[in-house]
Design a protein around this ligand. Structure first.
Ligand code: FAD
Length: 431
């Protein structure tokens, strides 16, 4: 008779490990299955990990977790071919405990986090693929893995298998995601000395910076690029929705090459040595794409449930928070001895009452609005750059005349009615 567990968690990313750890801490018997050689070996992230949700699982984790730098500055660039309009926030309060967020390298971080789960009692099996959920009388009772005699059973199975969750699809919880529901992102880790990073990004010891780049970084297509500072390396990447790539016939690695040689970017990474090249999908369908997240004996968490806020590049925090909520629901179900949909839908209630679904709902039409209106990134970013150049050039023209000239150029380039409509559309998408 195969061994039975209270919980099987498929996947050892932030969602899976948050769930497995919390279940084990509450005395449940937990099996966690990971297809990679070790947790993190297959995982890709730009690199910003949020303190709040991690701290709710392991208080003061920053004292022992393998983190890169606390982020003390977030910059946003609206970039044109030879210029950029930038804004952001730098705050020294983020350089001190309890911090705000950190850059991380997932291969190191996920391993450490999963080890905490193992210390709490999780049985972690690596290099094992969960191929299928075992369903009996409409209830998920375990999983079939690629190992010989690889069937394992549990009261609850948690799907934390990331974007494109094959197990969720097999259960009919979601369809194949459409190209406008996922973004393909490619990134490179570039080794650079600590001193050079500090000098180029204007940072002191143990301070980090993030730059999100819109406009020319994706050649005007819907997407963003990013540059994040690690201790002695830089993560640089760019991604757009698959649908944008298909429409514009762009290749993601061509975009990354373009970004790395852009005059605004090149000086930041010059002399660095490429250490790793990575590519991964990000679920960006948002609120409308969230699949069924609870069934009889089964819950779906993290990217597998499309829980990513692309506008604020939040995904790891939503993964962790959803994993913890799933665990808390399973602990309640165990107390009741009821693992049916009736009890497990408590997870859905928690999720929908939390910041996760509230935030996804706020931006529910953003991706589609910006995808269907390419003028925002393609036309307005260059327009903004030209306006800034005009405004900040001292040429003897009065500021009032400059303002008039800028408005005149904008309305003549786009047309007054279209301009007003665009402002309204953009406001409606993010309000
Ligand atoms: P994942 O991290 O994808 O983990 C899923 C795990 O399941 C993997 O370990 C995988 O190997 C395993 N697995 C999958 N299928 C199976 C199977 N059948 N059997 C066994 N194991 C399986 N978020 C942020 O918060 N900040 C950022 O800066 C940020 N930047 C990003 C940049 C990029 C390029 C990308 C791609 C994503 C970024 N994200 C960011 C999003 C973030 O990485 C995800 O939201 C987060 O990793 C989701 O965690 P997860 O545990 O749900 O899924």
């Amino acid at each position: 008779m195969p061994e039975k567990f209270d919980v099987i968690v498929v996947g050892a990313g932030p969602a899976g490990t948050s769930c497995a750890y919390t279940c084990a801490k509450n005395g449940l018997k937990v099996l966690q299955i990971e297809r990679g050689e070790y947790p993190g070996s297959k995982n890709v992230m730009g690199g910003v990990l949020y303190r709040k949700q991690m701290e709710e699982i392991i208080p003061e984790f920053w004292k022992e977790a393998p983190l890169e730098r606390p982020v003390i500055e977030q910059r946003i660039w609206m970039m044109d071919k030879e210029s950029t309009v930038s804004f952001g926030y730098k705050g020294l309060e983020w350089a001190q405990e309890p911090y705000n967020n950190f850059t991380v390298l997932r291969a190191k971080f996920d391993q450490w986090f999963a080890k905490k789960g193992v210390e709490a009692g999780v049985l972690l099996i690596n290099e094992t693929v969960a191929n299928q959920c075992i369903v009996e009388n409409g209830k998920v009772i375990g999983i079939r893995t690629d190992r010989p005699d690889g069937e394992v059973y549990a009261d609850v199975t948690v799907l934390a298998d990331g974007v494109n969750s094959l197990l969720g699809k097999q259960l009919g919880f979601h369809k194949e995601f459409r190209p406008d529901e996922v973004a393909l992102t490619v990134m490179e880790v570039i080794n650079l000395s600590k001193d050079k990073i500090n000098e180029r990004f204007n940072l002191s010891e143990n301070q980090g910076c993030t730059i999100e780049i819109f406009g020319d970084s994706t050649k005007g297509n819907l997407g963003t690029a990013f540059i994040y500072t690690n201790k002695e390396s830089i993560n640089i990447g760019v991604g757009t929705t698959l649908s944008s790539m298909i429409k514009s016939r762009m290749k993601p690695y061509d975009l990354l090459d373009y970004l790395k040689t852009h005059p605004m970017v090149k000086p930041l990474i010059e002399g660095g040595e490429a250490a790793e090249y990575l590519a991964h999908l990000i679920p960006e369908g948002g609120y409308h794409s969230v699949p069924k997240v609870a069934g009889n004996g089964v819950l779906v968490v993290g990217d597998a449930a499309q829980l990513v806020n692309a506008i604020h590049r939040e995904g790891s925090n939503m993964a962790m928070a959803s994993g913890k909520m799933a665990a808390e629901t399973i602990v309640e179900a165990k107390k009741k001895g009821d693992f049916s949909m009736d009890t497990l839908k408590g997870y859905k209630d928690k999720l929908y009452n939390s910041f996760i679904i509230k935030d996804l709902k706020k931006y529910k039409d953003a991706t589609h609005t910006f995808e269907n209106n390419p003028q925002f990134l393609r036309d307005y970013v260059p327009m903004l750059n030209r306006a800034a150049s005009k405004f900040f050039t001292v040429d003897g023209t009065s500021k009032k005349d400059k303002q008039k000239e800028i408005m005149k150029t904008m309305t003549s380039e786009r047309g007054t009615i279209k301009l007003i409509k665009d402002v309204y559309k953009a406001w409606k998408a993010v309000k």
